[in-house]
Design a protein around this ligand. Structure first.
Ligand code: 26Q
Length: 824
């Protein structure tokens, strides 16, 4: 027997320091004399991860031994951001590390900022998955994330002459947070054909033969929970050619090119994250990615289950699989295939296991984002799966017909196969039919899917299959890590960091909403956060902004439905108003900094035009002597998780102004309010629940309601379409080439004037401008403003992703935490 390895406790800074030095001098083979910040980052991470690995292994052993139900979260995106700070905080060693590093001559912030973001996601959906991993570990749920190990995450955005330019994000050069598992390799089959025959008992058998094989290699990432011994696992799959480095036979026979090409083709599968957010494009490689990842994950999950030697009917008691949108829907088909083709279960028994196992989360009602795959494409790539989908559809439609014998139209409407040219597989419908629960991500959104896109399925399955789980965010990253001073102040008033485990404790802050001393500190922290952002803006854009001005922030993916165009039109309107003001009037106006950030999908022309307009307006306004500090317009380049950690704590007001009924939830709205910013927003997504929680007097709501949208669109198209006069003024100014060549922006203007204004920018413009004027007025009374922000923070407990995960566990996964012996 061997003595168990004991990782260093890091009880003192000296102990930590010596481990950093050891890693610099041995693991990195460098001398401390030329240890720069990059090397210090590497060694710090390595020292910390030694500890992490021990807890990780112990957690996995504990979970194996207990053999409880596990949660599997399947997501094509995990927008993790940086890991080091999170690891130090969750392991509880940040103070020791800080002291130790200081001793070595480094500031901990500088070391933290050396790390490259893990940006394996587009936006909200990917960041939600990352928050969920944090909460599942922190709450001690035995949970695994499964995703793809993209070689290139979301592109880096550069702004060149006001235009977005995409640069590849190669992030794997040095990544101490992943562990290659070269022993965990799964063969994944594509193409080929299906051979059918009958066995000796006359039972029909289908065999999927031929085609090609690609290997999936596992890479594991530890997910430490906050103040607990639980460290969960995120498993990311990387693709590799089946024949190893490259095909030696082909190589030796002189066919060098095709040998290399095969390797390339295999490795292409996990090469790059698709940069579309809320838009589907039916590309074959994307379908390959989906099946590759789903098949490898299911193989892994099934193998783990089989080790327990339980009967198959216990599978749903041991396994809950949550589908993050429709991207992993093929998992439903793959599990059915495994059960009937490989494990030889009867169809009905297999299907009952499948539907009990899966839950499906919908994140959008936008029709252009609903996934559909063409039948010929699927036939070619996954012939056996297509047959199974047809069979699932057949049995499903038969059951519908039995229930509603007289409704022929209904069958066509709910069919998983759309009878178009070519035929299409409707992935959301497949996901609904193959799951036991379907949830939306905010109350309005969950209601909307029941009354619009999934209406017929409510009729078929009854309302109980559909539920709501309002999104949440992890307060560890989005308060404690992003805003350490605010966290410290809150901790000092609520009895320590316990509030980060039970966010409802924030409620205790209500009693300080009128406390003079407290408000002063609160305001100082906000100001310091604004100074930090102003510094970043100065360094990256060269523009000086006044930290005393009102910081008005809209950062999120650029999309017409999110209406950054309305914001920038509002900014132009403000500019024109300022230009027409007398000096006395100017004195009364609160200075503002309008800050934008966000990426446009590379093929989304309109979104790119919006970025161009923002930058063009900035170039004019920021250099206009008549305006001075009264208005500045900033576009922050390359908005990502790390930038968000600087931007979010610095807002006075943030904008969440989507056309009502289009933003499923939004999650940055929660982050901004939690950091003591107010919001201006429409009655959309989680804004509605934020209002319910913090009170109507603490939020600036405006605009038409979701139920009014359809009628308005109809009027635009078939009635009289009158454009708001203030908006017409803005358009007139653009046409004067004030912001550069007006022709660059015609598409933006004519979407509103000539093409029906689908997103109702004109309908909401007046209400928007007026509400912004209310913001100006409210900001002048700093005393009341601060009280509003304190009350809001105090009431945000509901939006912790811990609450959200507990709801999933209870209402969808039917599972409980597995607490370690002792919590730290
Ligand atoms: C689909 C097919 C092909 C290629 C790409 C895609 C694709 C990729 C990403 C479709 C959608 C997405 C991302 C969607 C997304 O981020 N949705 C957001 O999810 C958040 C978390 O629930 C919500 O808060 C946001 O409201 C919602 O927009």
């Amino acid at each position: 027997a061997w003595k168990k390895f004991q990782p260093k406790e890091f009880a003192t800074p000296e102990e930590f320091e010596s481990e950093v030095v050891r890693h610099v001098e041995t693991t990195l083979a460098r001398s401390m004399f030329n240890c720069d910040e990059t090397a210090a980052y590497a060694a710090t991470s390595l020292a910390l991860r030694d500890r992490l690995i021990m807890e990780w292994n112990q957690t996995q052993q504990r979970h194996t031994f207990a053999d409880n139900k596990r949660i599997y979260y399947l997501s094509l995106e995990f927008l993790m951001g940086r890991a080091l700070d999170n690891a130090m905080l969750n392991v509880g060693k940040k103070e020791v590390a800080k002291e130790g590093l200081l001793d070595l001559g480094f500031r901990i912030e500088d070391i933290i900022s050396q790390e490259h973001d893990a940006a394996l996601g587009n936006g909200g959906l990917g960041r939600l998955a990352a928050c969920f991993l944090d909460s599942m570990a922190s709450l001690n749920y035995p949970a695994w994330g499964y995703g793809l190990r993209y070689r290139y995450g979301i592109f880096k955005q550069e702004i060149v002459d006001g235009y977005q330019v995409e640069v590849p994000d190669y992030w794997l050069d040095f990544n101490p947070w992943e562990f290659p598992r070269h022993d965990i390799v799964v063969d994944i089959q594509f193409f080929g054909h299906v051979r059918k025959y009958e066995d000796d008992d006359g039972k029909p058998i289908s065999v999927w033969e031929g085609g090609e094989i690609v290997k999936a290699v596992a890479y594991d990432v530890p997910i430490p929970g906050f103040k607990t011994a639980t460290t969960n696992n995120l498993r990311l799959w990387s693709s590799k050619a089946a024949s190893g480095e490259f095909d030696f036979q082909k190589f030796n026979s002189g066919d060098y090119e095709s040998a290399v090409a095969e390797t390339q083709r295999a490795e292409t599968i996990s090469a790059v994250l698709y940069p579309n957010d809320n838009l589907e494009r039916g590309k074959e490689l994307r379908l390959k990615q989906q099946y590759f990842w789903v098949a490898a994950s299911l193989y892994d999950i099934v193998r783990r289950f089989k080790k327990s030697k339980r009967p198959w009917n216990e599978f749903p008691d041991q396994v809950a699989i949550q589908l993050n949108d429709t991207h992993p829907t093929l998992a439903i088909v793959e599990l059915q295939r495994i059960l009937i083709d490989l494990e030889k279960l009867e169809w009905d028994e297999a299907w009952s296991i499948v539907t009990k196992t899966f839950g499906y989360t919908n994140h959008t009602v936008l029709p252009e984002a609903l996934e559909k795959w063409s039948v010929p494409l699927m036939q070619n790539l996954l012939p056996r799966h297509l047959l199974i989908i047809y069979e699932i559809n057949l049995y499903f439609l038969q059951s519908v017909e039995r229930k509603f014998p007289k409704d022929r139209d209904l069958l066509g409407r709910v069919s998983i196969i759309e009878e178009s040219q070519p035929k299409m597989v409707r992935m959301a419908f497949l996901a609904i039919v193959g799951s036991h629960k379907v949830n939306g991500v905010a109350e309005l959104h969950s209601d909307l899917i029941k009354s619009t896109i999934f209406k017929d399925f409510v009729k078929v399955f009854g309302p109980d299959k559909f539920t709501n789980v309002t999104n949440g965010i992890t307060p560890r990253r989005w308060l404690h890590q992003a805003n350490p001073r605010l966290s410290e102040l809150i901790a000092s008033k609520t009895g320590g960091l316990g509030y980060l485990k039970d966010l409802n404790i924030l409620n205790e802050l209500e009693k300080y909403a009128d406390d003079k001393e407290f408000k002063k500190e609160w305001a100082e922290i906000k100001y310091a956060n604004k100074v930090r952002l102003a510094k970043h803006i100065k360094e990256t854009t060269g523009v000086t902004v006044n930290p005393a001005a009102l910081f008005d922030i809209q950062v999120k993916r650029i999309h017409e439905y999110k209406r950054q165009q309305m914001n920038i039109f509002g900014v132009i309107h403000r500019y024109l108003t300022i230009k027409a003001m007398t000096p006395e009037e100017k004195k009364k106006l609160a200075p503002r900094v309008s800050i934008f950030g966000g990426k446009a999908a590379p093929g989304y022309w309109m979104a790119k035009t919006i970025i161009h307009l923002i930058n063009s307006v900035g170039a004019v306004v920021n250099n206009d002597k008549d305006v001075g500090d009264l208005l500045k317009v900033i576009f922050v380049e390359d908005y990502n998780v790390s930038k968000a950690e600087i931007i979010v704590p610095a807002s006075d007001i943030s904008e969440h102004i989507s056309t009502a009924g289009t933003e499923a939830s939004g999650t940055s709205n929660m982050k901004f309010v939690l950091n003591g910013g107010l919001i201006i927003g429409t009655c959309d997504g989680a804004n509605i629940e934020i209002t319910r929680e913090i009170g109507e007097s603490n939020i600036f709501l405006f605009g038409n309601l979701a139920e009014e949208v359809e009628d308005l669109r109809h009027t635009h198209n078939y009635g009289e379409h009158i454009i708001d006069p203030a908006l017409l003024q803005v358009f007139a100014e653009i046409r004067k080439n004030t912001f550069g060549d007006a022709e660059s922006f015609t598409a933006l203007v004519s979407a509103i004037e000539d093409h029906g204004d689908y997103y109702l920018v004109s309908d909401d413009f007046n209400s928007y401008i007026q509400t912004q004027a209310l913001v100006d007025e409210a900001y002048k009374n700093q005393d009341e403003w601060i009280t509003k922000t304190i009350l809001s923070v105090a009431r945000m407990g509901f939006f912790s992703s811990d609450r959200c995960i507990n709801e999933y566990a209870e209402s969808i996964w039917n599972t409980e935490p597995l607490n370690p012996e002792e919590d730290k």
